[in-house]
Design a protein around this ligand. Structure first.
Ligand code: FES
Length: 280
């Protein structure tokens, strides 16, 4: 998608704690076009319209009002590491952003071969899976589970906003090692339990993992060891989000490379040449 630039104000901002916020931007065209897999590039502008921050690539979290032709606002999760994008902020402040048209690639959503899909993410990377879970839930064709791992409950304050997913039939499974957030331990524990329980019932299961390269590799190994397909989204490698910088590139088994942000579908872990990375 071509990168066009638009100025927009802040329609709403919800501070969720620990420097994490959800912002709403009045970008009706982008909100109508937003699909799972899309990213948006934002930078802060001063009153003269000049950029005062670096351009950062963030996941589209949702649209408001929820989905459809009436969608007018784009919801974007601003993680703690990009909190400067909206700070300082006070009531009535006129905050302006420069927004580039949606980037990333809307995912090719043909999961017809699966009975159940396990979406697993760590920290803010799990936000990349929210629109996908919502989209899939509307089709009612799969059992859906969203597993989210964080260090503590406080590290993932936006998870409490996902009741609309459980209302739509998505099972939500948080996990944190300190026991403050669902399962006490790694999110891979419930991932393995869900995988094995589904396989024992002869379900055709797919795993979609979003997070650091090490995280998605671990999810892919756990899936592979159980004969299950895994798609990976290594979100910590996103730079430009537009297919230009090469930072998200994954080497493939056939000697090629895939730019994750602009590939035509989620990347199958089987295609990736993992030994090219030093991962344990
Ligand atoms: S993030 Fe720059 S090419 Fe994908």
């Amino acid at each position: 998608m071509a990168a066009t630039f638009a100025k927009t104000g802040l329609a709403a901002c919800v501070h969720l704690g620990r420097g994490v916020s959800i912002i709403e931007l009045a970008l009706p065209n982008a909100a109508k076009a937003a699909k799972p897999g899309h990213l948006i590039s934002l930078q802060r502008l001063n009153p003269a319209g000049e950029a005062t921050s670096a351009c950062v690539v963030l996941p589209v979290f949702g649209v408001s009002p929820v989905a459809g032709a009436r969608a007018e606002k784009l919801q974007v999760l601003v993680p703690r590491k990009h909190a400067d994008l909206i700070a300082p902020l006070w009531p009535g402040q006129d905050v302006q952003f420069g927004a580039f048209a949606l980037s990333g690639q809307a995912w090719d959503l043909d999961f017809a071969g699966f009975d159940a899909l396990l979406l697993v993410g760590e920290n803010e990377s799990a936000a990349h899976l929210v629109m996908l879970a919502q989209h899939l839930a509307s089709g009612k064709a799969h059992e859906l589970t969203l597993l989210a791992g964080a260090e503590t409950r406080e590290a993932m304050p936006w998870f409490k906003l996902l009741s609309f997913l459980s209302d739509a039939g998505v099972s939500l499974m948080p996990a944190a090692p300190d026991g403050s957030f669902g399962h006490r331990g790694e999110v891979f524990d419930p991932l393995v339990s869900e995988l094995e329980a589904g396989l024992a019932r002869d379900k055709r299961i797919g795993v979609i993992a979003a997070g650091s390269l090490a995280f998605v590799h671990r999810a892919a190994e756990l899936a592979r060891d159980r004969g299950t397909l895994c798609y990976v989204l290594p979100t910590d490698r996103f730079g430009c989000g537009k297919g230009l910088c090469g930072s998200c590139e994954l080497p493939t088994q056939d000697g090629g490379a895939l730019r994750v942000c602009s590939s035509l579908a989620l990347v199958s872990a089987q295609e990736v040449d993992w030994p090219k990375f030093s991962l344990s």
